[in-house]
Design a binder for this molecule. Structure first.
Ligand SMILES: *Cc1c(COP(=O)(O)O)cnc(C)c1O
Length: 352
């Protein structure tokens, strides 16, 4: 079976080998405050920055999930949180923040259009602008260029970006944002249970000014611990080790994203040539390269998913309000070009 599910998704083919190495090397039993662990964390961060082109002055933190990050952000910064969303994950983030900070503001925008700067009407001079880089539920994204424009217009706000289904697949221009985060069970091709947060110097400074350390996972505590390459709690050491090994193997992000873009274009053209299905996101400027969402009658969708299963392939179910009328394809780096080819041949043959 090949899984094209957009999370948890196919892991890199070398994971079994890395797991076995982790056991032999004793990684599963090392203490998280030991020298070995600290140096492993340090090296992982170094590799992370190299492979994903993260600016040198940005910091990397390890947490458990993207959902945890929603809570960390809500608890760690003063000021109003402004959420711009067009799908389920962005909306969930908004709702999670609103529970903790009732004055949180949410704006919904058209998923077939770019987020317009005119739509941003921020009442306060400070605060956090929250965006979903890659909306996994519908396969839409906000471009680096658009985020750059928001940065220019609002230089004093922090910009927080959920890049869970694009980081390590799509090229991210980290300079234009302050807090980028992702869980590793999507484009990193790793098992779930670990997430990364990439923070700008401005985000670190703001967190330190807010000085909220009421919670075990408050950002100020996370920052303090990471100065020694440690975490507030015993982290997912095995997950960090696997991340380290995967980062050691993968190509630089510009190569990875160029390959995914080509594959996404092929799939999009194939779907465009079919009558019974269409791309949910018609505007290619805001269409994701890492998650493709295909729309059709629910009977068509049901049928193609079942047929795929019979051909040893798992297509992702639709999500949220699009559950029955769409299926999703993860175009993640751990899926090989050959596997994508097998999928496109299948779709060519079985869709009219
Ligand atoms: C998968 C996903 C999440 C949730 O990730 P968890 O690891 O379950 O917390 C959040 N946001 C986006 C955009 C996602 O794709």
């Amino acid at each position: 079976m090949i899984s094209f599910y957009p999370g948890p998704s196919k892991v890199y083919d070398k994971i079994p080998e890395f797991l076995s190495d982790a056991y032999t090397e004793g990684v599963m039993s090392i203490n998280h405050r030991s020298k070995e662990c600290m140096s492993m964390v340090e090296q992982t961060i170094k590799l992370f920055k190299e492979k994903l082109e993260v600016p040198k002055d940005y910091e990397i933190y390890f947490i458990s999930s993207a959902t945890e990050c929603w809570e960390i952000l809500a608890e760690s910064f003063d000021g109003i949180s402004y959420h711009f969303y067009n799908g389920s994950f962005g909306e969930k983030w908004f709702n999670a923040t609103k529970k903790l900070k009732p004055q949180t503001i949410g704006y919904q925008f058209d998923f077939n259009k770019e987020l317009k700067l005119g739509e941003l009407d921020l009442s306060m001079e400070k605060g956090i602008i929250c965006l979903t880089h890659n909306e996994t539920s519908i396969g839409a994204r906000v471009t680096n260029k658009r985020i750059g424009k928001i940065r220019k217009k609002y230089p004093d706000h922090l910009i927080a970006i959920d890049a869970t289904s694009s980081m390590a697949g799509d090229y991210l221009k980290f300079e234009v944002g302050d807090i980028w985060y992702a869980s590793v069970q999507k484009c990193f091709g790793l098992p779930a249970g670990l997430a990364v947060m990439v923070c700008s110097p401005q985000a670190v400074k703001q967190a330190e000014i807010s000085a909220n350390n009421l919670h075990y996972n408050s950002l100020t505590s996370i920052i303090q611990n990471m100065k020694k390459f440690q975490t507030t709690h015993t982290p997912n050491i095995l997950g960090i080790y696997l991340l380290n090994r995967v980062l050691g193997e993968i190509k630089p992000i510009t190569n990875i994203s160029a390959n995914l873009k080509k594959r996404a274009k092929n799939i999009a053209e194939l779907i465009d040539s079919k009558k019974e299905v269409s791309l949910l996101i018609q505007n290619d400027k805001v269409r994701s390269d890492t998650v493709l969402v295909i729309k059709g009658k629910s009977s068509t969708i049901e049928h193609i998913k079942e047929k795929a299963r019979n051909n040893e392939m798992i297509l992702g179910n639709g999500y949220g309000s699009w559950k029955n009328e769409t299926f999703r394809i993860a175009n993640f780096p751990a899926i090989t070009n050959k596997e994508i080819e097998k999928l496109t041949q299948f779709l060519t043959k079985n869709l009219t």
